[in-house]
Design a protein around this ligand. Sequence first.
Ligand code: SAM
Length: 236
Amino acid sequence: MINSDLLKTGVNEIGAELDSYAIDRFDSYAERLVRWNEHVNLTAITDPDEIVIKHFVDSLYPLRYVQMKAGQKLIDIGTGAGFPALPLLIVNPGLEVNFVDSVGKKLGFVKDVLRNSGLVATITHCRAEEISKNDEHREQYDYATARAVAPLNVLCEYGLPFVKVGGLFIALKGSSGEEELHNAKDAIKTLGGELAKFDEYTLPNGDKRSIVIIRKISQTPTKYPRKSKKIDTKPL
Ligand code: SAM
């Protein structure tokens, strides 16, 4: 059982709110995360208070800066055990979320949590850069999100092709965010983005985090994303 006061306080500090459905859903999400983690490698964090702060509250920080609305489309790249998109969906069940990861077992967990919570979403098992040239996905999303997936210059090439012009790419980072942002300046410009917001924040336990929000201001040139190996070895 998670500490719902800890969750509510953390979420209120962000400026968001939770109803009783959301609290129940977070509770069963945490319980399943710990249970699944015994046989699938999902997270190093299994203490209930740490799950609340380092996974749930951290994942909801985009809501301090962005008002996500029902019917908007969000793609979460390298979602792992569902972070940050599953907490965002729990708080706003009207979002249309696509959970993407290259590891099928992790998506099996996300599917289980969705089914158990009565939430509806799409799950896509692939590397992000393998589908972002398809019309079905290219520049179709209001938001792309990613936490702890790759350095920002690499991540931009995974994420920005999915975002429609006017939409946002939101990357949740640790304390290295500012340096990563500096190294990603060229990538952001080349891929049609512009920095909308960079901020540093402190989680309720004192851990430092940062958030980078990039607005898509023009279409991504069709040659991007390049092949996976090229993206990783020769980041923009
Ligand atoms: N976002 C989750 C979180 O914050 O807890 C998971 C982070 S985990 C360190 C990184 C995840 O990204 C892994 O599940 C990995 O399979 C996935 N991943 C890495 N590169 C990817 C890519 N190009 N496309 C899809 N998934 C990717």
